[in-house]
Ligand binder design. Structure first.
Ligand code: CUA
Length: 154
């Protein structure tokens, strides 16, 4: 084996090892995990099934809120989530028709909203402001109009 080849293979091996180590460390120490469905709901009966039968924003504990959102072509219900600054908001979302997306600007929330599945994502809003959320999955002619906002009050 040529010398350069050996060096190249060694470096590749080290890079692979470091990469795998980084993944293992992020899972074990950083708590990183793949997003997955956190529940199931019959998409045909979603409007009669709690909590989606009454979407809205609900206080859970001091500084903590649960925002139950229903996604449909082409709106989020409710389209506005209002919380005080410093809140931690858990969004619980499902779709009543087709696949939508849910992304909140200024946060790392970026999830799929799939009929039949319940998507749960959490975001912290330390500063007052208006944070738009939108559907980022093409869902038909009204896709571009499918958005809402989190209003964080100071
Ligand atoms: Cu809903 Cu795009």
């Amino acid at each position: 084996m040529a010398r350069l080849e050996r060096i190249f293979l060694t470096l590749t091996g080290i890079a692979l090892f470091v990469g795998v180590l980084a993944i293992v460390a992020s899972v074990a120490v950083g708590g990183v995990h793949l997003p997955g469905p956190t529940g199931r709901v019959d998409p045909n009966a979603v409007r009669q099934t709690p909590p989606f039968s009454a979407p809205g924003v609900f206080p859970e504990a001091p500084g903590r809120y649960r925002a139950v959102l229903l996604a449909r072509a082409w709106a989020f219900q409710p389209a506005e989530v209002r919380v005080p600054a410093g809140s931690i908001v858990t969004f619980v979302i499902t779709s009543q028709d087709v696949i939508h997306g849910f992304m909140v600007e200024g946060t790392d929330v970026n999830a799929m909203v799939i009929p039949g599945q319940v998507t749960t994502v959490t975001a912290h809003f330390p500063r007052p402001g208006t944070y738009r959320f939108l559907c980022h999955e093409y869902c038909g002619v009204g896709h571009h109009a499918m958005f809402g906002q989190v209003v964080v009050e100071g």
